[in-house]
Design a protein around this ligand. Structure first.
Ligand code: BGC
Length: 786
């Protein structure tokens, strides 16, 4: 764990430079706007540890798979979101010395990310090797109002010298991916141009032929006044710059405002890229830094109006939740159904920037409750668009009759993960995709999504489960062999509880959907049956048999389901007894030792108990939690959130709080020692559900919202916002009461601690906070009990 980020409610602050953590800070303070993003690299040269990163959404390279032992069915390539052009670069030379914080004495330094306004800033005073002292202040953002545009304001002050200064703003497309399999470069230059105060490079991705035009346009100011300058130009392979030499007097200030554009061929015909990019850039330049920033900040304020979570009395927790919300919002804006949420978003290369089950399992609830319905629907449609490819993926592995196996990792619908135990075996991902359809309909009531998209995906996944199980004569049950559950510290196991359970659930839900469609959309359903050659009778009767007879490993003495066959053969030593210096296990133990151990990377059996909690009583959930939590090492970022929700529900508030801090500050405090590779964006959706479903106790049942709020001891109170079926609710909790503020013109029936109340339109109502031991609830002003 690290503890160098200053705690603050709205800002992420590095006070004093921590070069040893620079890559972590670069990840934490990354900027994005759904269409592009970059790490918080310095504008000027930096020769210390850094991971340069600029990313353009949807633009990827299929990097040829590299494995020691090829297995049939492996994907040919791993799709990588590419490191794209560095457009932020501004080199500074003072006399003969290049400004490089790795070579200077740093007198003061502060870097901060202002989450309310989406603004990254930095200020430092440095002494160069020749004793010259300078002060630099920078501000930077990528606009959520103009999604192709970013802007920088960079001011340099000569504190104790008069000297010739050379400023070199540039565009550099000659970049590499740190994770390239064969150390290749992925971009080829298409064209470039440079002129006074501007420059462009257009490059094309090898193999996929995406093109991106990146440009810059800048102006200079001296002591706040516009400054006319002479520039020399430099052009190299995939690189253009302006070189400006000028004299700075002691105490003078020089400001450069640099505007950047990134336009990809996903949004513009290739033959128009340069022209349209220049139009965007000229418009931004004309608008100017302050107005662009205002447009951008206004939109951020709007986002916060519908998604902020306020925590009183615990600034670390407050910073944590806002950081998670901020990163989610800047990674995915939801306008384009071709895009998705990579586990690292725009903060790093790891995981290839592709789509995982993480989106469905952890992120959709956040967007459902805080964004217009279309946003979550676009995430679902993304999978529907990939259905044919998922069916082909199934066929490649020997499945037939339209059975779909969605990829574990994908960019365009094709599988690109290449570890057999995950590619072929971590099939529970299919269940998460099915569950997200249910989750969306449960939340929005929009059963229209089933026709045809939802139904088609469910049918194809159900067909997969139906073929993936086999009948065991020995057990007289259906079994599922050779799988990897969410807990990737076990591979190739038989009868993983979560996988069997979610398969059984998918089949049940698909049957319910079929009943509904037959009743309400008979004709459309008949057409779909024909389209998909759906032999309803034969296929559904097998599904029913599987639902009834699927096998779950069970320990009668503990009365718990087992994570998989044979789990009890392990040495069940609690993780708390492991030496601290051996954690995280995945960075200290050999893989075979991990596989033989009982340690659980992330919620697995508990993932099912969370998803299907309605089917288990509290005591059952508690027994499972008591057994599995002590063995869980939470080495996936996706783990503590689920545990927080369960711990809250079963009355373990201290545990819930501990795990909540872990999920919400996972990156800020670098719990898993890997934030330097990028932030765990998808787990941030998990943080949100941990808060709202854990502490807020929010559930959706039978088309209604249910709440059972608890308040961690350390907090004075909290509030969060929910948009449910066109009603916006603010739920506020303090030590005495729970206050519901209905911002809309509809009255609404909600359930609080199990009792139903009518919440009037535009009304504010309060009830006493139920303590853990369950004070009887009474209705108060405005509420009427149903
Ligand atoms: C987790 C997976 C997850 C992936 C990407 C892995 O460490 O075990 O469940 O899909 O990271 O976030």
């Amino acid at each position: 764990m690290k503890d160098y980020i200053v705690h603050d409610g709205w800002k992420i602050i590095e006070d004093g430079f921590h070069p040893e953590h620079n890559k972590i800070t670069e990840s934490l303070m990354s900027l994005g706007n759904g269409r592009m993003g970059h790490r918080a690299n310095f504008e000027e040269k930096y020769s210390g540890p850094t991971l340069p990163g600029n990313y353009v959404a949807g633009v990827y390279y299929p990097d040829k798979t590299r494995v020691g032992w090829w297995k049939n069915g492996y994907p040919e390539y791993f799709a990588k979101v590419l490191n794209a052009a560095n457009w932020i670069g501004i080199d500074i030379r003072i006399g003969n010395t290049v400004l490089d914080l790795n070579q200077c004495k740093i007198l003061d330094f502060r870097r901060e990310l202002d989450m309310m306004n989406g603004l990254l800033s930095r200020t430092f005073t440095a002494e160069l090797t020749d004793g010259k002292q300078i002060n630099v202040t920078t501000q930077r953002f990528v606009s959520i109002a103009h999604s192709e545009i970013g802007a920088i304001r960079y001011t340099l002050e000569a504190l104790n010298f008069s000297e010739k200064v050379v400023i070199t703003p540039y565009i550099d497309f000659d970049v590499i991916n740190e994770d390239a399999n064969y150390d290749e470069k992925f971009w080829d230059e298409v064209n470039k141009s440079v002129s006074h105060g501007e420059g462009y490079v257009t490059a094309e991705v090898r193999k996929t032929f995406f093109q991106v035009c990146t440009g810059m346009k800048f102006k200079l100011m001296k002591n706040g006044e516009p400054f006319r300058f002479h520039a020399d130009f430099e052009e190299r392979q995939k690189f253009v710059s302006n070189i400006i030499s000028l004299q700075m007097g002691k105490g003078s200030r020089l400001t450069i405002e640099k505007y950047g554009v990134n336009l990809s061929s996903e949004y513009c015909p290739k033959n128009k890229l340069n022209e349209i990019a220049a139009q965007h850039l000229n418009a931004a330049y004309k608008k100017g830094f302050d107005r662009l920033l205002q447009d951008h900040a206004d939109l951020w304020h709007k986002k916060w109006e519908t998604s902020d979570i306020l925590i009183k009395g615990d600034v670390a927790a407050q910073q944590g939740i806002r950081f998670n919300i901020f990163q989610l919002q800047q990674t995915y804006t939801g306008e384009d159904e071709r895009l998705n949420i990579g586990p690292k978003g725009f903060t790093g290369e790891k995981y290839g920037g592709s789509t995982y089950w993480d989106t469905e399992a952890y992120c959709i609830p956040f967007f459902l409750a805080t964004a217009p319905r279309q946003v979550a629907q676009n995430l679902l449609s993304y999978r529907h668009k990939h259905l044919q490819k998922a069916i082909e993926n199934g066929e490649k592995l020997g499945f037939k009759n339209g059975a779909a196996l969605y990829p574990m990792v994908t960019m365009n619908g094709e599988e690109c993960h290449n570890e057999w135990e995950i590619t072929f075996e971590e099939v529970h991902r299919n269940g998460a995709i099915a569950f997200a359809i249910y989750d969306y309909i449960r939340y929005t009531g929009d059963t229209g999504y089933l026709l045809p998209k939802g139904f088609e995906v469910l049918l194809a996944i159900s067909r997969f489960w139906s073929q993936r199980v086999n009948w065991s004569e020995d057990k007289q049950k259906y079994v599922m062999l050779g799988v990897t559950g969410p807990n990737e510290y076990e591979n190739n196991v038989n009868n993983n509880f979560h996988t069997n359970r979610i398969a059984q659930w998918t089949l049940k839900y698909t049957l319910e959907v079929i009943d509904l469609l037959k009743k309400e959309h008979h004709k459309a359903f008949a057409q779909l049956k024909e389209k998909w050659n759906f032999d309803e009778e034969a296929e559904t009767s097998r599904w029913r048999d599987i639902i009834e007879k699927i096998y779950f490993a069970y320990d009668p003495s503990r009365d718990i389901f087992l994570q998989q066959d044979g789990f009890l053969d392990k040495e069940l030593i609690p993780a708390a007894e492991l030496p601290a210096n051996e954690r995280p296990l995945n960075q200290n133990w050999s893989w075979d030792r991990i596989l033989r151990s009982p340690y659980i990377k992330q919620a697995d059996t508990l993932q099912s108990l969370y998803l299907f909690e309605n089917e288990y009583d509290k005591a059952t959930i508690q027994r499972h939690f008591d057994f599995y939590e002590p063995l869980t090492v939470h080495e996936s970022s996706l783990s503590p959130c689920i545990h927080t929700i369960l711990a809250s529900a079963i009355g373990y508030p201290a545990k819930a709080y501990e795990l909540y801090l872990r999920t919400s500050r996972l990156d800020l405090d670098d719990y898993n020692n890997d934030t330097e590779d990028g932030c765990h964006i998808t787990s941030m959706g998990g943080t949100w559900i941990a808060f709202v479903q854990g502490f807020g106790g929010m559930r959706v049942k039978n088309g209604r919202l249910h709440f059972a709020p608890i308040l961690p001891d350390k907090w004075e109170g909290y509030s969060f916002l929910i948009n449910f079926r066109n009603t916006i609710l603010k739920i506020e909790v303090n030590k005495q009461e729970v206050v519901f503020d209905n911002y809309s013109g509809n009255e609404m029936v909600i359930s609080i601690y199990g009792k139903e109340f009518v919440l009037p339109s535009n009304g504010v109502c309060s009830l006493p906070l139920a303590s853990a031991n369950g004070i009887e609830m009474q209705s108060r002003t405005g509420f009427s009990q149903t």
